[in-house]
Design a protein around this ligand. Structure first.
Ligand SMILES: NC(=O)C1=CN([C@@H]2O[C@H](COP(=O)(O)OP(=O)(O)OC[C@H]3O[C@@H](n4cnc5c(N)ncnc54)[C@H](OP(=O)(O)O)[C@@H]3O)[C@@H](O)[C@H]2O)C=CC1
Ligand SMILES: CC(=O)C(=O)O
Ligand SMILES: [Mg+2]
Length: 766
């Protein structure tokens, strides 16, 4: 948060929030951050009879006979309790149970947002260990796991240990193990980057509470020598023989050293872990550390030292904090959601060391991979690439769930604590990715069919950074051979600057120097000689216009599909493609957008690209093409012709052509459901249709929406992703004799990749 006392010196935070904004967010609308949603309908008396009495008796009796069935008939298997007594709320100290509730609601929100784990916060108003343990130990039947949070040391150690012994579900103190796992992941990478050997690395940890003791234990388990790890607390260094302010957990990590203060301990140290309070580390202390010092200032909400202060003292340092507004966020949010996801999915009886180490290693390795663009965006304009400013994945990295949770699940299976082992971990990883993003689910089946039937796809704008990245991703995803149109040296320079070498299996074609140019020009001349084009015009077009060159490749069978659009306007790209690729005879060429939402599933919208005011014939053609596309995507089409009016009310001129289109289809016959004209709510809500228009021919919610004109279609497709959480893919060009796609100029790497995959799929299913 902005703080009036912050130094006026350079401030490199990537985002800023004020105290007022934070309070307003929490107070806005329904206060707090959580609500409970139903997963079953409770609308009719029948619903009530099924979900409640008498129906509910059945699962009760079944569970009574076989307790395992609780996982099948209740929310237990995906439900975690976040429990605190508020004795160590972040680094704010003992604020009590009630004041800890915003943090606990926050942890529940993170569970849901990042790993689709449902949870509830339980804030226990007691500091008594026995009372706490007794309050929690009987809650097992309701939950798949217990996440303890912000309970101060040393009580937290006793509470966790006793609950682990008493309960048969995972009990995990996040501040201990979540923090240690994430810090260990960051440390693995920082040690790697600074060329250190963990066995010779000297670590000083400020704080000797929940988080610190767990970090000390984990780094020692990973190979750090006990004599090289010094802990400090409010009384200074925890040295062997000290008696003041000690407990058995601190004693276990006491070292033989002459250092008595944090400053003395840090003299020549390689690594600092701060798990104490704001401002505990000074620039002077940092200056005394070894070359290329590693500083993890993890106190929340304010770190032991800010990155700006640390860098001012030691420009060669690697600095991380617990906050999201600086690079390198070492925070347990990267751990607990994914660790519980993996543990719940194999019904682990506990979360053991093997699972923790697997989580730390998978986090560390993920940071070394190329960063997806939506995550790079979270870097606020800074390129995220493995290095001192990026040692740990970003919390918004969508790959976390499909990397960390399977690693944890596997470790649980290998170490014998999984009560329901998973047979196919790769499939599990794919399912997890779907779980967070409905688009992934909709595209996965298509992607799999492309992997089975790979294609050659030409990326016409092969010198563009995002196109190169998409082409590499295309290749790595196993979709086939990407063909980049561009100059080899230029593409090599760009990929080197990106730090991602071009893998084998990517082809580059320079349109100016290609051996095929004459053949393409002859093809084009044969096609266009009666449209005013001389041979030399065709040769020049092939040489100079990458879209024409790429389209000729596809039209002559040298490639299967073309993807373009990032450097030229839609109409210019379309013009280039149309030089070489014709519509399928008798078919309408139009743009199809795919809306993917969790709530409504997949809905196709057309025409979002070509016809400004389609007449009845064109609308009928668009409907036919869209229905065919829906089937290729695995949907049984229910086509609605949309308008502002429904079945003649109110009347107007536009509904006339729509009604005519419906009539044309009815007269000529169609092998799919269609109806209209109707308004969007009537199309998407079968209940509304049943009550007001029982004669309608659609048997379910419409999944293909034929728009009355380009203006309405365009507005819908552009506003949906900005107003809702749904994703819009496309517009995809439909109706051409060869697969060709134009992405919007602002398309990112993932969008280009998705469209390339769809283009390959269209080529394979033509
Ligand atoms: N980034 C992350 O993911 C996480 C960060 N944290 C942060 O770590 C900190 C500690 O949390 P946690 O371990 O749960 O709390 P605990 O209450 O269990 O431990 C706090 C420890 O900090 C020590 N301490 C307090 N002030 C100082 C000081 N000025 N100098 C040295 N040591 C000091 C205390 O010393 P003594 O024993 O003498 O009282 C105690 O050992 C908090 O700031 C918290 O936000 C915690 C979990 C996760
Ligand atoms: C992040 C966290 O759990 C803490 O600071 O306590
Ligand atoms: Mg905490």
């Amino acid at each position: 948060m902005d703080d009036a006392k912050q130094p006026a010196a350079e401030d490199t935070r990537t985002t800023r929030v004020t105290a007022e904004e934070a309070l307003a967010l929490h107070a806005e609308g329904r206060p707090g951050k959580l609500e409970i949603r139903l997963t079953k309908p409770l609308i009719t008396a029948r619903d009530l009879s099924l979900a409640y009495s008498p129906g509910v008796a059945e699962p009760c009796l079944h569970i009574h006979r076989d307790p395992k069935l609780a996982y099948d008939y209740t929310a237990k298997g995906n439900f975690v309790a976040v429990i605190s007594n508020g004795t160590a709320v972040l680094g704010l100290g003992n604020l009590g149970a009630l004041a800890s509730k915003p943090v606990m609601e926050g942890k529940v929100a993170l569970f849901k947002r990042f790993a689709d784990v449902d949870g509830i916060d339980l804030c226990l108003d007691t500091e008594d260990v026995d009372a706490f343990v007794n309050s929690v130990r009987y809650l097992g039947p309701s939950f798949g796991g217990i996440n303890l949070e912000d309970i101060k040391a040393p009580e937290c150690f006793v509470i966790e240990q006793r609950l682990r012994e008493l309960m048969d579900i995972p009990v995990f103190h996040d501040d201990q193990h979540g923090t240690a796992i994430v810090a260990a992941a960051g440390l693995i990478n920082a040690i790697h980057l600074t060329g250190r050997d963990i066995k010779a690395t000297r670590l000083v940890i400020n704080g000797a509470g929940a988080a610190s003791i767990a970090c000390a234990e984990l780094v020692k388990a990973m190979g750090m020598r006990p004599e090289n790890v010094i802990l400090c607390d409010t009384k200074g260094v925890i040295w062997r023989g000290r008696t003041e302010g000690m407990n058995q957990w601190k004693s276990a990590h006491a070292t033989t050293t002459s250092a008595r203060t944090l400053a003395q301990a840090l003299d020549g140290a390689d690594v600092f872990f701060g798990l104490s309070v704001k401002g505990a580390l000074t620039g002077e202390m940092v200056r005394a550390m070894a070359p290329r010092p590693i500083i993890f200032a993890m106190a929340n909400p304010d770190p032991e030292i800010t990155p700006d202060e640390a860098r001012a003292a030691r420009p060669d340092c690697i600095i991380a904090t617990g906050r999201s507004d600086y690079p390198n966020q070492v925070n347990n949010v990267l751990g607990f959601p994914f660790i519980f996801r993996g543990a719940l999915d194999v019904r682990a009886s506990t979360i053991n060391d093997a699972m923790k180490i697997a989580a730390a290693e998978s986090l560390a390795m993920l940071a070394r991979e190329d960063v997806p663009e939506e995550v790079a965006g979270a870097g606020a304009g800074k390129a995220l690439r493995f290095g001192p400013e990026y040692i740990i994945p970003n919390a918004f990295d969508p790959r976390l769930i499909s990397r960390v949770s399977p690693a944890v699940a596997k470790a649980a299976m290998d170490s014998g604590v999984a009560r329901r082992p998973l047979l196919d971990l790769q499939r599990y990883a794919r399912d997890l990715a779907n779980r967070l993003d409905a688009t992934v689910g909709a595209l996965e089946a298509i992607a799999e069919s492309v992997r089975q039937n790979p294609r050659r796809v030409v990326f016409a704008e092969g010198e563009e950074e995002k196109v190169i990245r998409a082409a590499i991703a295309f290749r790595n995803a196993g979709y086939g051979t990407p063909v980049l149109v561009g100059r080899e040296d230029r593409i090599a320079t760009i990929s080197a600057a990106l730090g991602i070498p071009l893998p084998d299996g990517i082809e580059i074609h320079n349109a100016r120097l290609s051996d095929s140019n004459r053949r393409y020009a002859e093809f084009l001349y044969a096609k266009r000689q009666r449209d005013g084009f001389l041979f030399r015009d065709c040769l020049r077009l092939v040489n100079q216009d990458r879209n024409v060159f790429a389209a000729c490749m596809v039209a002559t069978g040298d490639a299967d599909a073309i993807v373009t659009g990032t450097t030229r306007s839609y109409s210019v790209a379309m013009e280039g493609i149309s030089m070489a690729i014709d519509p399928i005879p008798g078919r309408v060429v139009f743009g199809l957008s795919i809306i993917v939402s969790r709530r409504a599933g997949t809905v196709l919208v057309a025409d979002t690209a070509v016809h400004e005011r389609p007449d009845a014939e064109t609308l009928a053609g668009i409907a036919r093409g869209s229905a065919a596309a829906a089937r290729r995507l695995g949907l049984e089409p229910r086509v609605a012709f949309l308008s502002f009016s429904t079945f003649g009310d109110p009347r107007g001129t536009i509904p006339g052509s729509i009604r005519d289109a419906v009539k044309l289809l009815a007269e000529r016959g169609a092998d799919f459901e269609f109806d209209g004209e109707m308004s969007a709510d009537v199309a998407l809500d079968p209940g509304l249709r049943a009550s007001l228009y029982p004669f309608s021919r659609l048997t379910g919610p419409a999944n293909v929406l034929i728009m009355p004109g380009l203006h309405a279609a365009h507005i819908l497709a552009r506003s949906v992703p900005r107003l809702t959480s749904a994703t819009v893919i496309g517009p995809l060009l439909t109706g051409l004799a060869h697969s060709a796609q134009i992405v919007p100029m602002q398309a990112g790497v993932n969008q280009i990749l998705d469209v390339a995959c769809l283009a390959a799929h269209a080529a394979a299913t033509k």
